[in-house]
Design a protein. Sequence first.
Length: 522
Amino acid sequence: WFDDLWLKEGFATFMGYKLMAALEPERHAWLAFHRRIKPRAYEIDASPGTTPIWQALANLADAKSAYGAIVYNKAPAVLRELEARLSPERFRAGVRAFLHRYAWRNATWQDLVAELERAAGHDLASWSRAWILTEGLPRVRAEWTVGSNGRILGFSVRQERTAGGGKAQWPLRVRLLAARGGEHATAEVRLEGERAAVPEFVGREAFDWVILNPADEAYGLFLLDPRSAGALLATLPEEGDPMVRAVALSALRETMRAGELDPLAFGDLLLRLLERERDPEAHAVLLDALQPVVLRYLEPERAAPLRARAEELLVAQLDAGIEALAVQVFRALARLASTPEARARIARAVERQALPGGVALGAQDTWLGLAALIAAGAAGDLRARVPKTGDVAKYVYLAEAATPTAESKERYFASYLDPAQPPEQWVQQSLPFFHWPGQEELTQPFLRRALDRVDWVKVHRKIFFMPAWIDGFVNGHSSAEALAVVEEFLAARPDLAPDIRKKVLQSLDELRRVVAIRARWR
């Protein structure tokens, strides 16, 4: 039944990455898993709107709300954690026994866990309660003190709940990687309660930094202590292991999102990494991390110098004609462009429908560039001169959503609530254009109106639309005023369906973080 939806979806993704790791090791499957799968799971699971992996569903109509990051992202990550806990051999033996025992029959997750217990030779009841039946995830950090002689006096690992308060009781197997100079040390702890000691690190000379979960097998938010964060901000570009570099970068990002690290320092690191990164996927991850730092976590005035550096770097990388990076650099520049020079580069690419180095600019990216110019009032007659050949109607619709007038926003919002047209996919994809960076004053009047129509959206739109609708409008904003609008809506709607309320709370978590981070780091 659909309450076990996570089994088929979680296993599909988990097994896909296992196959890639076995058949194409050069593609670094688990590094890709870390970059592509886990971030969305963490964002949703750390919010007050998260749900357990297993959800009881009374009827098929409610199944629409079960789809999302918990099923598609958390479930495969938890399966990876369980495999590492049991060993790949025992995990495989348990799954094989499950498939043989229940061939041509119905089965549930409890049946699977029973087979895994037999294969592992120990009880998994506490693991199941924590990871399958309990919502949320632990936030985990190393805590250590250094004496006047420069040696470590005490070292432990502590977990805490990300939302809701109370003690965290997730069973965790956590590895640690510590560095001092060019030397590394490792350790492993098993957390069954709030804290576990790491005696093998006590008495050693203080490390430069310590990161948790360096191979990314465990599931949780792994934060950095201040000493480690400072050292990694300075030295991460020199780290040679791509998985360690990726895990450390994620830890820095989560430490920033927890309000414990200045986003300006994190943004500076991202630019230094972008200067030297030539792997397309790693480069794309850095660009994705940079944009919210510049556009959301920092107040516009404080972000201005960082934004100028980012635009200068992106223009330089665009002009360098690096084929593998060209399109993603152009897309990032379109969102960040605020200077005449950057906009001139965009206009030139749009007019030629090509990037430096001869990389063709497809219709989608041509109209993304036009959207940036339309949003800045700098498109002139260019949009009329761009050929509208082929199936470009959708891209025109998306780009025009960035038009910076109240009349245009009103017209688009009305079209969003017309079930006849435009197509649902167009509406969903246009929301980031409707909320183009810098247009919050124009779009804030629509925030409450969009929330008031969420019941209609649930009934009249398909599975994935409602979360996108909520997130598009809630996280199209970064202000305390917008936060107040959403919180007032929730307070005024005690009758709101539980699944809708959870989706709002999921999106609201990021807006709350943005407002808190801006207030903390001025």
